[in-house]
Structures are given as C-alpha cells and as structure tokens.
Design a protein around this ligand. Structure first.
Ligand code: SF4
Length: 335
C-alpha cells in the first residue's frame, strides 16, 4: 500500500451485485476494504447500475444480491461509522455526469480501454453487445468523479484501468477551461493473491468453482474433498509439490505458518496423503468462516437493516454529488 497519501483522502471502490461472494472476493478485495476504512475516508458502493449493463435480461436478482452484499460486508467487519456504504442508483447525479463525459469522450477511447476488455472477458456468458455496456467505463469515471474521490484502490498491475478516468477528467477540464474536477490517483494496494477455485483455475462465479463465504459447513467439506491438488501426484507414495497444489495455496491463506510448513514437508516426503490434507483444510475453513457466518446470521434477523445502511450512506454522498453536478452544469452551459 502506498504510504504517501494523506489519511483524510477520499477513496472509492464499488462492486457489482451479480452473485454470492466467494473466497476470491474475501481475500482479493474485502480484506483490503477492511483496512482502508481505518486508513482513509472510505466510500464503498454497490454498483447496481453496472450490474444492469450485463444483467438486463435478468434484473430480478440485482436487488437480492445488493442486500446480500451489504450484509456480507457488514458481517465481515465494514462499519458504517467508519466508512460510507451506498448504492449507486441512489445517486442519480452519476448518470448526469456520465452524460457530460460522453460528450467529450471519443468512442475510440472506450474501445481500447483495458477495463472494458477485461470485463468483457470476465462476463463472457452474457450478451454484452448493448450500448449500456459499451459505456461502462464512462459510468465508472462518473462514479469516481462525482464523489470527487482522490484515489481508487487498484492492484499492482491494474493502474491502467484508472487511466481512462484520468484522461476523461483532463479532457473535460481542458474543454471547459477549469481545473474543477479531481483527477483520481491510483492507490496501489496489495490486493490478495489470486485465489484458485476447486478446479485450479481462478475462483470465479462463471467457472462454477467457488467456495462461497456463506456455504454451510457441509458444503465446504464437500467442496474441499473435490478440490484439485498437485495434478502430478497420483499415489500417496509419490512425493508432491505444494507449490503447484491449488488446495495448498488456499490453505496458506487461513492456516498458521507452522502447520503450512509441516504439510509442505509431509507432502514432499510422501509421508501424508491428499485426503487427510483436504479434511484438515475443510475443518480449518469451517472454523475460519464461523465467526463471520454467525455475525451474518444475526444480521439476517434484522430485516431492512441493509437498506437502512444504504440510505444513510446515500444521504452522505448526495450533497457531494450535488455540488459536483452544480459546477458541471455551469461549465457545460446549462446551469
Ligand atoms: S498432500 Fe497436500 S500439499 Fe501435497 S499435493 Fe496433496 S493436498 Fe497438495
């Protein structure tokens, strides 16, 4: 994590409510969000309009996943007193700002942006030939800029994803002759390692290889037993290679170093088998998630709580968004 940013810096990050959260989300993003809420003025939004760009044929699930995502965030430790949690569609100024951006934005910029291409690959099972999805990076820029966010957390190799937003801001500011919009910086975060799924590929909803953070203990045990291990190790008597074992990579995220080293030694010397390791991994994961899951069960007993949190968050965001839009309307000549 960069240490050059001031503690009061406003940072923003958002996620599309298109499915249940799995361990890839837990280690890849959520742990970083927990840290940021104590280090910055952190804003987290549920990107339901972004979800609509790919889920427009099946929009009924967006509302349910919005609520689920907020409850998962809260159960994981995000605290509405230390960060702001809101829903994108509660801030209509985002759409207005996107419209102004679309006027200054050459189409060729959208076509070449890496985040657009990456999203297309990640959401490969949907019809993404619509204009709404084509404009996805412009809406992303509006999300960031409407809030005057100074920084956006990105992984070490993801800084180019923010570059289009920065270019749009520069072009807008240059076109209208004012440096009124904040050009966001990349907050280089050490996002969690790529988490392998049960088949060894990156854990992903579309691959069907995820362990969800709300899976029951029995579901976790069943998935653990089918988890891929070192593919070259056919027999218990063959020495294994933990470095290429997907199950071991996930186990390392939750178990202490001594036990991990002990499994490595045991595997390399062919003294222990994969079934025993899978069993231990399953029990460790059940224990690891139990505190989160019991907090989540408590939150489930508070119907409407997620929506209250989102409403309170939107009330904090709207005055900032209104201020940005008032300035932009004047600049584009319709204020
Ligand atoms: S013993 Fe453990 S580390 Fe070795 S291949 Fe099997 S599951 Fe992986």
């Amino acid at each position: 994590m960069s240490t050059s940013m001031p503690a009061t810096l406003r940072v923003l990050t958002g996620y599309r409510p298109t499915g249940r959260l799995h361990l890839g989300h837990w280690f890849g993003n959520l742990q970083n969000m927990l840290k940021l809420q104590d280090e910055y003025d952190a804003f987290y939004f549920v990107a339901d309009w972004h979800a609509l760009t790919s889920e427009w044929q099946n929009p009924a699930s967006i509302r349910r996943y919005t609520e689920d995502m907020v409850l998962d965030w809260l159960a994981a430790g995000l605290d509405p007193a230390r960060c702001t949690i809101y829903r994108q569609s509660d801030v209509p100024e985002v759409i207005e700002l996107e419209l102004y951006f679309n006027m200054v934005l050459p189409m060729s910029w959208l076509e070449r942006t890496p985040s657009y291409k990456e999203q297309q690959q990640q959401i490969g099972d949907k019809d993404l030939s619509n204009v709404g999805f084509f404009l996805y990076p412009s809406m992303m820029a509006a999300d960031i800029v409407v809030l005057q966010a100074g920084a956006v957390p990105v992984g070490e190799d993801q800084a180019p994803h923010l570059e289009l937003t920065r270019e749009i801001v520069r072009r807008f500011n240059a076109t209208y002759g004012k440096n009124c919009l904040v050009e966001p910086q990349a907050l280089i975060a050490k996002l969690g390692a790529r988490v392998p799924g049960t088949d060894g590929r990156k854990m992903s909803k579309s691959y069907g290889n995820g362990i969800f953070i709300n899976d029951t203990p029995d579901e976790i045990r069943r998935k653990a037993m089918s988890f891929m291990t070192d593919p070259a190790r056919k027999l218990k008597t063959d020495p294994g290679n933990p470095a290429i074992c997907p199950l071991h990579q996930v186990h390392k995220l939750i178990a202490d170093t001594d036990r991990i080293e002990s499994w490595e030694q045991c595997c390399q010397s062919a003294e222990c088998g994969c079934v025993a390791h899978k069993r231990e991994f399953a029990e460790d994961l059940v224990a690891y998630l139990s505190e989160f899951q019991s907090r989540r069960a408590q939150l489930d007993k508070q119907p409407g709580y997620a929506w209250e949190v989102l409403e309170a968050g939107a009330n904090r965001v709207r005055p900032i968004a209104k201020e940005t839009i008032t300035t932009c309307r004047q600049l584009v000549g319709i204020g």
